[in-house]
Design a protein around this ligand. Structure first.
Ligand SMILES: Cc1ncc(COP(=O)(O)O)c(C=O)c1O
Length: 443
């Protein structure tokens, strides 16, 4: 019997097609490991030792399917997720095919541009609970935001609501629009109290507000915004909603119809563990033919009659895509979605909630660490932002990498460090991060 035969593998291993016994061994001569500080005695962080996650969650198998996790303490999925082998293999497979057969050989091109690409569109639609006709496959979140922004007609005096936690990609395009078109920006100040957010939002609504852009999850603190409530208020006021789902998609199940938003922009390269260069934009059906495509070019879905100098666009969100794309990456993105969905949303959410609870408890034991993320678990996500007394954030980030091989990101505006806890994060990762912080606080 094949070593990977499904009968012999535990549930998650079967879904990920990884043989536990085929786990890659750590190369002995790898200098990465000489830096890594093994968490000294898990007892010190006793809060980490209780496990409440379901038995079918096979962490070892999952981690073995993501080789980078054996080489460092990877706590920065909020910037770029680590790449599972299955996803990297798909990139290799497709480029091998291109190399061996030629991109425009009919079977290859058909797989890339038609069958494969459209299959991924269907996967993304299922992920968002949308119709494939409402999905544009983009390169990243920024593409999605700009497609919406440039697809609407703006008049001087129009107003747009933005939260004060939007990423630069969700802020700079609007600042430029304000300069160019006289659009006024109204800022929704976030706090870790959802009722206060809703109240503040309501106070900002008014007859000149045309659109509100809301992060589903704050990239600064990991706060999960009450997006459903905000979208309902916006809809009642006739205001369009564009949700930035960069940190939601892949962390928990997203249902755009339940959210009630008009547009939803997300990417594949963070929590969905896809390659860089793939993203998605949901355009609610009624807006597909109203939103003007910002860029146009060729596309297999459109027609162009050179003699008549005429063209038609598809009646779907595919009209927001154009021209040559990195098709192999989209096919790999399909594998990434399969990988994450194979783990299951319930298991992912439970695991991250559990890790977060234990990490936050461990932080209070470290002391001299200020938690900027919400303490309440229903408001928090796998993004945990902390400020450490006496430490400039970049210096602390560098120390964690150089001494412990811990990968994090900084939130400069808060002089803080952001840790990303994902379903594949281990108890040892948490312990290593807590230990490193404790050492920084009490050198
Ligand atoms: C909330 C948020 N929006 C947008 C972006 C930009 O994403 P992309 O590089 O996919 O355009 C990021 C990137 O980190 C982000 O955190």
């Amino acid at each position: 019997m094949d070593k990977c035969s499904t009968e012999r593998r535990p549930l998650v291993a079967a879904q990920l097609c990884v043989c536990p016994e085929n786990r890659p061994a750590r190369p002995a001569d790898d200098d990465f490991y000489s830096f890594a500080v093994a968490p000294s005695g898990m007892d010190e962080w006793s809060v980490l030792s209780e496990t409440t996650v379901t038995a079918s969650f096979d962490l070892d198998t999952i981690r073995a399917a993501i080789p980078a996790l054996a080489r460092c303490v990877y706590l920065n999925t909020g910037t770029f997720g680590p790449l599972p082998t299955a996803v990297a293999n798909e990139i290799r497979r497709v480029y091998d095919r291109i190399e061996q057969q030629g991109t425009f050989a009919p079977p290859v091109f058909y797989e890339l541009e038609v069958a494969g690409f459209e299959a991924v569109r269907r996967q993304v639609a299922a992920l968002l609970h949308a119709d494939p006709a409402e999905i544009a496959l983009t390169r990243n979140v920024t593409d999605g935001i700009n497609i919406v922004l440039h697809g609407l007609d703006w008049r001087p005096g129009d107003q747009v609501i933005l939260t004060d936690h939007e990423h630069p990609s969700g802020t700079v395009p609007w600042l430029a629009l304000a300069e160019r078109a006289g659009v006024e920006l109204r800022w929704l100040e976030l706090t870790n109290d959802p009722d206060a957010i809703v109240e503040r939002f309501e106070a900002l609504l008014g007859p000149r507000v045309r659109l509100a852009q809301l992060s589903h999850v704050s990239c600064l603190t990991g706060l999960r915004l009450p997006v459903e409530r905000l979208c309902r208020l916006a809809q009642e006021a006739g205001v369009l909603t564009l949700v930035d789902g960069a940190h939601a998609e892949g962390q928990f199940a997203v249902d755009v119809s339940a959210l009630g938003c008009d547009f939803y922009a997300a990417c594949g390269h963070k929590w969905l563990l896809g390659p860089q260069g793939v993203g998605m934009l949901y355009v609610r059906r009624e807006h597909v033919e109203r939103l003007r495509p910002a860029w146009l070019g060729w596309d297999v879905h459109q027609t162009f009659d050179r003699a008549a100098r005429a063209y038609t666009l598809p009646p779907t969100a595919a009209r927001f895509e154009q021209s040559t794309r990195a098709w192999p990456l989209y096919l790999a993105f399909g594998k990434a979605i399969e990988f994450v969905q194979g783990v299951g949303w319930e298991a992912i959410e439970a695991r991250v909630r559990d890790l977060r609870r234990r990490f936050v408890a461990g932080l209070s034991a470290v002391g001299e660490v200020e938690l900027l993320s919400p303490t309440e678990s229903s408001l928090g996500t796998g993004l945990v932002t902390v400020r450490v007394a006496g430490w400039p954030c970049e210096a602390l980030q560098a120390r964690l990498w150089e001494r412990h091989r811990i990968v994090t990101n900084v939130i400069r505006e808060f002089n803080a460090l952001r840790f990303s806890l994902a379903f594949f994060t281990s108890e040892e990762d948490l312990a290593a991060a807590l230990q490193a912080l404790a050492e920084a606080v009490r050198p």
